[in-house]
Design a protein around this ligand. Structure first.
Ligand code: INI
Length: 175
């Protein structure tokens, strides 16, 4: 008998085969968001996504991402969504409102619908910080978002198909 408890593990595999994704991407700061989008699609493709498995929707700015994500989730067509945006601090408080409502709205979208929404919205003080995270020194957050979407899609499928605890107990008793 092992003297240590071995917990059961439930992981989301990193394979995109057989899954469907939608990416909502903001046009604001498209110099950055275009690069995040290319990397996110690359991560999905290199993990097995096929032609037709990925839809891309453009929106004006980050503030429009939550409603779009929720509408995409409610179609029931997608296993996971990615929201891509880039908010760069300006001289006024606008930045704070856009950042907080975008993150809150995206969290609500996934909590309300049960469809994973990956948060790939850069919130930066400077353009240089954004560039670093869109393919330079900080890697590419779009690629990370692609992998995150695959993992969460797989994990959600597994958790959905798990037998509810009560049913499992009843079945065991009947035996
Ligand atoms: N939208 C962004 O995606 N990034 C920004 O940096 C930004 N700034 O700084 O203003 C921004 N504003 C637009 C906003 O997201 C909405 O599109 C707009 O307010 C209309 O609802």
């Amino acid at each position: 008998m092992p003297d240590q408890l071995q917990p059961g593990k439930i992981d989301g595999e990193l394979t995109a085969r057989g899954l469907r994704f939608a990416i909502a991407v903001s046009r604001f700061n498209s110099f950055i968001t275009d690069r995040l989008l290319v990397a996110a699609v690359d991560a999905l493709r290199r993990s097995g996504a096929q032609q037709g498995d990925v839809d891309v929707v453009h929106v004006p700015g980050a503030f429009e991402l939550p409603l779009t994500a929720k509408k995409l989730a409610l179609t029931g067509k997608y296993d996971a969504l990615i929201a891509i945006g880039c908010v760069i601090r300006g001289e006024t408080a606008h930045y704070d409102y856009v950042c907080s409502e975008t993150s809150r709205g995206l969290q609500l979208a996934q909590m309300d619908t049960g469809v994973p929404v990956i948060f790939c919205v850069l919130t930066c003080d400077t353009l240089e910080q954004a560039i670093d995270r869109a393919g330079l020194k900080g890697g590419n957050k779009g690629f990370e978002a692609g992998l995150g979407a695959i993992e969460m899609a797989q994990l959600s499928r597994k958790l959905k198909s798990a037998v509810p605890r009560k049913t499992a107990t009843r079945k065991a008793r009947r035996k």
